[in-house]
Design a protein around this ligand. Structure first.
Ligand SMILES: C[S@@+](CC[C@H](N)C(=O)[O-])C[C@H]1O[C@@H](n2cnc3c(N)ncnc32)[C@H](O)[C@@H]1O
Length: 494
């Protein structure tokens, strides 16, 4: 086996290395799409890069045409999502654990396995090109890569699934292997579905996490753009401001910021707050954790049409800058503050009497958006959950303190993990007992949805799901501050 990624020198990357009398690696043609996919996997592995952010720039830099860009995207996303499953396949075919395989070579094998088992790429092309890539990144490993990929190519995708399932220890382990999720995430998703009596949907959810989401658009309301007025745009299923298009990116780019790419669940979460009750002119609204500003843009458009005044807050300066950019298409003034949402100064925010509506789109594990961030599932760990639930509780308390009497808080996560959803909420409600009550969030969200949503669980909270609604797994809970003095709150809440 070749050395680690650090001892793969530039010379060998440049193709000066040779393998057993073959042509110099630099002369072997590797398709640019495969090279782009490999480079992104490498950056994800070594530099903690985010594939969804890096891939577009690498595609541009390589000058890929539309078809090659689509192929590079499929290779990158498919390989990262199914990495856990492909590692099981590679380990069986190689007769050794993947921890014993050079990491660059392992990425080459994962890419090859994806082509062999999940695409229509001809076997000879997949093996030939991945072996050429192996020769380029780790010349001594070319023979090994060839042997492993040929072994994989000799059995069908179905036969490999049976082989991988054979080694499973129990049902969660079987699903984790076959559906390529860490076991702790399988358990967390099982618990979340069981909480609403839908445990039997687990396999469908895991499969949905492995599928490419379609691109949804939000047509910001009140800005003179109507779905019906734009050729190629059609209304989405649930969100009253949602649309789908043949060329969604083109539609968004041509709209001067008035049409934005946004998951339908995120649209529903923002609208749940703005439409939970009639708006009185002059209401003060706060988006407490606003970056990068997708929901802020919806809130701003809604505030503009209803006469409310929106303030946004974000702790990370670079993300606050993204919020300002997200607001470019909405001709209204929104103050974007940079600060810790746990330490709000109402006077400085221009709302000494508190806010009438607050969106707390809380920092969370993001387990509800695994389809969009293909590497995310491999980066999270159960220990993240404890830190995040503490932060969620502190932000929740700050938000309630900042609410005017009768004001409404939307507590939102893009995670269905019950510790971050029902757990954080229940703990906060206990701290604020007698000072806040819950609204019928089902009724609010059903009331604004274009078509009835199949919602389960208690009426006070809404949990959306990729497999059931085609949205990210957004959790939404609407809470109202009772018209009483918050200084009555217990110490923990103040
Ligand atoms: C889930 S994201 C919000 C997404 C946003 N609402 C949107 O739709 O684009 C959570 C945000 O909270 C920010 N954040 C984390 N801790 C914070 C804190 N203590 N105070 C304010 N913002 C915080 C993060 O930087 C991140 O941008």
């Amino acid at each position: 086996m070749s050395g680690s990624s650090t001892d793969r020198g530039a010379g060998r990357r440049d193709g000066r290395g040779r393998s057993g009398g073959s042509r110099p690696a630099s002369e072997e043609r590797i398709s640019p799409a495969r090279l782009v996919a490999f480079e992104v996997l490498e950056a994800v592995r070594d530099d903690e890069a985010y594939a969804n952010l890096l891939l577009p720039s690498r595609i541009r830099r390589a000058g890929l045409d539309r078809a090659d860009a689509a192929f590079a995207t499929e290779l990158t996303y498919g390989t990262l999502r199914m990495q856990g499953y492909y590692d099981e396949v590679v380990a069986i075919a190689a007769g050794r654990p993947t921890s014993a395989i050079d990491r660059a070579v392992l990425d080459v094998l994962r890419l090859g396995t994806h082509q062999l088992l999940a695409t229509r790429v001809p076997t000879h092309a997949a093996v030939y090109e991945q072996v050429a890539l192996a020769r380029r990144v780790a010349p001594k490993a070319a023979g090994f890569a060839n042997a492993v990929l040929r072994t994989i190519s000799r059995s069908s995708a179905e036969a490999w699934r049976e082989l991988v399932a054979e080694g499973a220890k129990g049902e969660d382990d079987r699903l984790a292997r076959l559906e390529s999720h860490p076991r702790w995430i399988v358990r967390a998703l099982r618990t979340a579905l069981a909480h609403e009596g839908r445990g039997d949907e687990l396999t469908r959810l895991l499969e949905a996490d492995n599928a490419s989401p379609r691109v949804n658009l939000a047509v910001l309301p009140g800005l003179g753009v109507e779905v019906s007025g734009i050729p190629g745009l059609e209304s989405d299923r649930y969100s009253p401001i949602g649309a789908v298009a043949d060329d969604p990116i083109g539609a968004a780019e041509a709209s001067s910021g008035r049409i934005r790419v946004q998951d339908e669940g995120s649209q529903l979460a923002a609208l749940a707050l703005t439409r939970a009750a009639p708006v009185r002119a002059g209401e003060r609204w706060l988006d407490l954790c606003a970056g990068p500003g997708g929901k802020t843009a919806v809130l701003a458009a809604e505030a503009r049409t209803s006469g409310a005044v929106l303030t946004a807050n974000e702790m990370v300066p670079a993300r606050a800058e993204l919020v300002r950019k997200a607001l470019a298409g909405v001709p209204t003034s929104v103050d974007v503050h940079v600060g810790d949402g746990r330490e709000l100064h109402l006077d400085a925010l221009g709302a000494p009497d508190g806010f009438d509506r607050i969106l707390l789109d809380a920092p969370c594990t993001g387990l509800g958006a695994l389809r969009r961030r293909p590497e995310a599932r491999w980066r999270k760990s159960p220990s993240d959950v404890a830190d995040l639930t503490r932060l969620q509780g502190e932000l929740f308390d700050a938000a309630v303190r900042a609410l005017a009497p009768g004001g409404i808080l939307a507590y939102v996560t893009c995670s269905p993990h019950t510790a971050e959803t029902h757990g954080s909420l229940a703990a906060a409600l206990e701290r604020w007992e007698g000072l806040v009550d819950q609204l019928d969030t089902h009724a609010v969200v059903q009331g604004l949805s274009r078509h009835p949503l199949d919602l389960a669980g208690d009426a006070e909270t809404v949990q959306l799901w990729p497999h059931r609604h085609g949205t990210d797994a957004m959790f939404i809970a609407l809470v109202r501050r009772i018209e009483a003095d918050a200084t009555d709150a217990p110490d923990a809440a103040r």
